[in-house]
Design a protein around this ligand. Structure first.
Ligand SMILES: *[C@@H]1O[C@H](CO)[C@@H](O)[C@H](O)[C@H]1NC(C)=O
Ligand SMILES: *[C@@H]1O[C@H](CO)[C@@H](O)[C@H](O)[C@H]1NC(C)=O
Ligand SMILES: *[C@@H]1O[C@H](CO)[C@@H](O)[C@H](O)[C@H]1NC(C)=O
Ligand SMILES: *[C@@H]1O[C@H](CO)[C@@H](O)[C@H](O)[C@H]1NC(C)=O
Ligand SMILES: *[C@@H]1O[C@H](CO)[C@@H](O)[C@H](O)[C@H]1NC(C)=O
Ligand SMILES: *[C@@H]1O[C@H](CO)[C@@H](O)[C@H](O)[C@H]1NC(C)=O
Length: 331
């Protein structure tokens, strides 16, 4: 042990205090945060126009208390950023586009975000990023469990770097199906997201992706919800078969508004292995032929939409299938 005299002991003590004050969340101020993370948030704010003024309260040192920011209450690291558009569309019961735009954050996403090393929740939905690509660097936020960039005016290819977000449970990239909106030429990147439970890609243009996508989705054994509404998937993107269905816990499958214009995809006939399915929406797909009877064996179904198809024949067989469900504790 080093033997210190009282004076050097005192100096060491003071140095230690100084060190703690400058590097830690220190100051004893409630809601105070790490200086580096505070600076990162200020840089992020600096690149955004904020007509509704909701970031104008991002002042002072207590950045854990800033609107939309939450910290871990033990470590004080910023863990959550929820900057979803706050426009309340129930106001007067009418959705007012002009008003909605006023609540948008407009501009670019500063890479300073990467200094928030503990960020696990990021919601930037319904803002206006002016049709730039989703930044590649988002794929470096590897602590993320929740990522919501829906309806935020992004365009172009989804960066494959998102495949690095191996802790993601929720991914929402839904968008309006603009001609030059968000697209993905394959879903290879998706197959690495082994923790994913909720996937929303509605409105994303998947028209060029070929049939391999289903194999990529099949690498996600924890998947609970798959939303592919209006993705411009057509007959050319539908695989004929799938040897084994991995995502057997699936609760929600929405493939509506993808115009297939052929008979029922045969891999969907293997849906009987999806014993948990509660919500099945295959509407507006212009499917032809008989309605497969296996649907009547999905005993957990609460919502079934087969509207706007070209089925021949009746529903009786399916309905009689459901009537056998009572035995398994279903209907
Ligand atoms: C800390 O946060 C957790 C969850 O985020 C919460 O359950 C807990 O009550 C909080 N503790 C304190 C002391 O605020
Ligand atoms: C929508 O909001 C704008 C801005 O507040 C207002 O000027 C306009 O009258 C509103 N339009 C409607 C149809 O309520
Ligand atoms: C993403 O945000 C939108 C609102 O902007 C919300 O409706 C949607 O449910 C969110 N997605 C998830 C997966 O929570
Ligand atoms: C992260 O994504 C990029 C693709 O943009 C890739 O080159 C890199 O190998 C990925 N890193 C890991 C760890 O997967
Ligand atoms: C099922 O998922 C596992 C990874 O979780 C993967 O190794 C396997 O190849 C998948 N099976 C099929 C048929 O895709
Ligand atoms: C259905 O699943 C079985 C194995 O469970 C497989 O042999 C068959 O090829 C599958 N059929 C289709 C059309 O995917």
């Amino acid at each position: 042990m080093v033997n210190l005299n009282p004076i050097s002991h005192l100096i060491l003590h003071l140095l230690l205090l100084l060190f703690l004050a400058s590097s830690g969340s220190g100051h004893g101020v409630p809601g105070s945060c790490f200086e580096e993370e505070r600076q990162a948030l200020l840089s992020f704010k600096h690149d955004l126009a904020d007509r509704s003024g909701r970031l104008s309260f991002w002042v002072g040192h207590a950045c854990c208390q800033w609107q939309g920011i939450s910290c871990n209450n033990r470590t004080s690291h910023v863990e959550k950023m929820d900057l979803r558009n706050t426009y309340d569309d129930t106001y007067h019961g009418v959705w007012n586009y002009t008003k909605y735009k006023q609540f948008c954050l407009v501009g670019k996403i500063n890479p300073s975000l990467l200094r928030l090393k503990h960020l696990s929740y990021l919601d930037l939905s319904q803002n206006d990023f002016q049709f730039v690509h989703i930044p590649k660097f988002i794929g470096q936020l590897t602590s993320l469990r929740y990522l919501n960039l829906s309806y935020s005016s992004f365009a172009g290819e989804i960066p494959s770097s998102l495949g690095n977000l191996s802790n993601l449970n929720y991914l929402d990239l839904e968008s309006y199906p603009y001609r030059n909106g968000v697209s993905s030429k394959n879903l290879n990147w998706l197959s690495h997201l082994s923790s994913l439970k909720y996937l929303y890609l509605g409105g994303v243009n998947l028209n060029r992706m070929g049939v391999s996508w289903l194999h990529d989705v099949n690498m996600l054994p924890s998947l609970l919800e798959l939303h592919l509404l209006d993705c411009q998937i057509d007959g050319n993107q539908l695989p004929l078969s799938l040897p084994t269905i991995n995502f057997t816990s699936l609760l929600v499958l929405d493939m509506s508004y993808n115009v297939i214009d052929s008979s029922f995809p045969t891999w969907l006939l293997n849906l009987t292995s999806l014993k948990s399915l509660e919500h099945l929406d295959l509407s507006a797909m212009y499917l032809q032929g008989q309605i497969p009877q296996v649907i009547g064996r999905l005993c957990k179904l609460k919502m079934l939409n087969l509207g706007f198809n070209q089925f021949s024949g009746g529903l009786e067989e399916i309905l009689s299938g459901f009537s056998n469900c009572r035995d398994n504790g279903g209907w």
